[in-house]
Design a protein. Structure first.
Length: 674
């Protein structure tokens, strides 16, 4: 065993993001890692465990590492702690007079109450007109007396097992509705159910003679409290998830109804302090016209699920909404974030007109989803899907996708101990290609690394993982795995219309090497050539588009990364990422330059980042000459409809004006005027 005494010097101590960095590094090694502070021990690979240590800046901690790679592990951890556990940006914030907390306060504006009008944070668009149902969960009656440790443990394990299958079902339900990313929320819940630290602490309570229900409630409440108190909003938001999953197990144990709210027969607008992600996913859209919560934020999992289910919602509307009398009539506007209590007859009439217009538009959109997206003056844009696996492909076709613009292959590589075998990969690729028939399927080679550690690829710890060995860099640095993926792809090519795309290209040399590998394998297999393209996610690639264009077949702009690298703002940053906007003129100029460079050589350009589905951005992207938009499956019908509503000439005019704007806000204002 190796030991190290070290002082934590980064500004917030072992909290939030630094703890996340610590865990990511620890997980790269097989050795057992324990962190000790003030006689409290934490598991170095459990985020919850480390967070609850409460090691502030200046704290002396002891690290014990035991196992085959203990030397390397200890060295990596030491280096990471000495270099501040990724907290440079906080030091700068302090120097410029701000702290994370003050910024959070500014972002989460308190709701205001006017006469009969409440306002909160818009969480899911749509208008709901109906009567209020105030929802409050009944308090649970918990038996504290143990019926014996063995018996209680069995009860707990059974309740956890039931919770796991419920969560699996919810995950599948979301996948079926095409909401892949939302489905992953329930994978996180399953992961929380397996957190070593939580299970051990429950065990310790059981040993003390507590019942399983009491032990579970105690540990979940304690841990959720610690998480909720963290200043990083992303991490503190996870308290709601821990609470949700913990109480799911508890209700299972007590034989209570789980995940469904008992509602009156006629549809209602739910008012509640908060709804958990599980509550929300179980809402029946036929019975729930909309919901409003006094707590919560727009990035909570509850808000994300409401959007996926198309239920209008307003969150964070303040405690006063809980005083609205049940049965009152309300108009909830999920786009504006307002709730009008006891509206006038005139106001109801107007809301009904708006609602009808929107409903007709939605129905029309779905009916003609499979038809091409052509502007009023005859310019066609291909609308294709971003997918994360075969389940999405089928749904994409139903929603009118004209192909797959981005297959994220990471799902095959993450969460496992060894790389996926060639035949396993080939089977998945072939299935998707077959399903999509003649439509193009753009498969992106694996885009992992840095912040997403994979145990079978050892990379040295990095201070700035987003600027480190990720994307194509990781592929080229691990040629066996990269070659295996290319081989599997080329072997499945005859099942459909395969295109291969390389992520995170920042330098032409990377393209040369990647293309060389593809040609070698093609020759070995005697396979037909396939179209090869690159993602434009780094400003250097956009700036050199005209130099790169002759050597590849297509470009696809990853606006999520292009925006973060152009504006030097981490897209996962708990505070700053909320203000990241792909409509920033600097990003738009890079998109314009990419299109110019590509079109000069007759090559096409797609956009596969989130910006492609932003209704405000679509006219600008079309006007800049983008040929294809690749968006999440549920967004396809609406994206096509927006394209049909614009004229190419007008879009070009707006795009040119946008390129001359000073800020993203100016671009958005420009769109409101036109
Ligand atoms: C992007 O960066 O815009 C993109 C589509 O890739 P990902 O979101 O998978 O990084
Ligand atoms: Mg990307």
């Amino acid at each position: 065993m190796k030991k190290l005494e070290i002082v934590i010097e980064n500004p917030t101590g072992l909290h939030a993001r630094p703890a996340k960095t610590f865990v990511n590094i620890a997980k790269k090694f097989s050795s057992d890692i324990v962190v000790i502070h003030n006689d409290k021990k934490a598991k170095g690979k459990s985020l919850i465990s480390l967070l609850t240590l409460g090691a502030e800046t200046g704290a002396q901690i002891q690290i014990e590492v035991d196992g085959d790679d203990e030397d390397q592990a200890l060295e990596a951890i030491k280096e990471a702690i000495e270099s501040g556990l990724g907290e440079e940006e906080l030091i700068q914030e302090k120097e410029t007079g701000g702290t994370q907390d003050t910024i959070v306060e500014k972002v989460q504006e308190p709701s205001t109450v006017k006469e009969g009008v409440f306002s909160g944070i818009p969480a899911s668009p749509g208008i709901a007109i109906g009567t209020v149902f105030q929802f409050k969960r009944a308090d649970l009656v918990i038996e504290e007396k143990s019926s014996g440790r063995k018996e209680e443990k069995k009860r707990l394990q059974e309740a956890i097992q039931t919770a796991k299958s419920q969560l699996k079902h919810l995950n599948e339900q979301m996948l079926e509705s095409g909401a892949t990313q939302e489905a992953a929320i329930f994978d996180v819940h399953v992961e929380l159910l397996s957190d070593e630290e939580i299970l051990e602490e429950i065990d310790a309570q059981l040993e003390r003679g507590q019942s399983a229900a009491k032990s579970l409630q105690y540990v979940i409440d304690e841990k959720a409290k610690v998480l909720a108190g963290l200043s990083d909003p992303v991490l503190s938001g996870r308290a709601a998830d821990l609470y949700d999953v913990g109480y799911r197990v508890l209700r299972n144990m007590l034989g209570e109804e789980v995940g469904s709210i008992e509602l009156p027969d006629s549809p209602v607008v739910i008012f509640a302090r908060d709804l958990s992600p599980s509550d929300t996913v179980s809402l029946d859209p036929d019975k729930v016209l909309g919901f409003c919560t006094s707590e919560g934020g727009p990035t909570s999992h509850t808000a994300i699920i409401a959007r996926a289910l198309s239920i209008p919602a307003v969150v964070g509307a303040g405690d006063n909404i809980l005083k609205v009398l049940p049965g009152s009539q309300v108009i909830l506007d999920g786009k504006a974030g307002t709730i009008l209590v006891e509206p006038s007859a005139e106001q109801v009439k107007q809301a009904q007109v708006n609602q009808d217009q929107e409903r007709t538009r939605q129905e029309r959109m779905l009916k003609i989803a499979s038809e091409p997206a052509v502007t009023k003056d005859g310019h066609r844009i291909e609308v294709v899907a971003n997918i994360g696996g075969p389940a999405d492909a089928e749904k994409a076709l139903q929603m009118g996708a004209e192909g797959v613009g981005l297959l994220r292959t990471e799902f095959l590589f993450l969460e496992r101990k060894t790389p996926p075998a060639e035949n396993e990969q080939q089977e998945v690729y072939s299935k998707i290609l077959e399903m999509m028939g003649r439509f193009p399927v753009i498969v992106r080679t694996f885009d992992v690394g840095g912040d997403k550690p994979i145990p079978y690829i050892q990379t040295p710890p990095e201070e700035n993982p987003f600027l480190g060995i990720r994307g194509i860099r990781l592929g080229l640095a691990n040629p066996e795995i990269f070659r295996e993926q290319i081989t599997a792809l080329l072997k499945s090519a005859n099942c459909g219309n395969l295109h291969i795309m390389f992520p995170m290209i920042s330098d032409i040399q990377e393209i040369i090497e990647a293309v060389q590998i593809v040609s070698e394998i093609q020759e070995e297999l005697n396979a037909d050539p396939v179209k090869l393209g690159i993602m434009i996610e780094v400003p250097s690639a956009a700036l050199l588009a005209d130099i790169i264009a002759p050597d590849i077949d297509f470009f696809s702009i990853g606006t999520n990364d292009l925006t973060q690298y152009t504006l030097a703002t981490d897209r996962m940053h708990g505070v700053l990422s909320k203000n990241l906007d792909g409509l920033h003129p600097a990003v738009l100029r890079l998109i314009a330059q990419t299109v110019q460079g590509a079109h000069q050589y007759g090559k096409w350009v797609g956009v596969c980042g989130e910006l492609g589905a932003d209704p405000a951005a679509i006219p600008i992207l079309v006007g800049l000459g983008v040929d294809e938009l690749s968006v999440s499956v549920p967004a396809i019908p609406e994206v096509k409809e927006i394209i049909r509503e614009i004229s190419f000439d007008k879009a070009k005019e707006i795009a040119q004006k946008a390129l001359k704007c000073k800020t993203a806000a100016d671009v958005r204002a420009l769109l409101n005027q036109s």
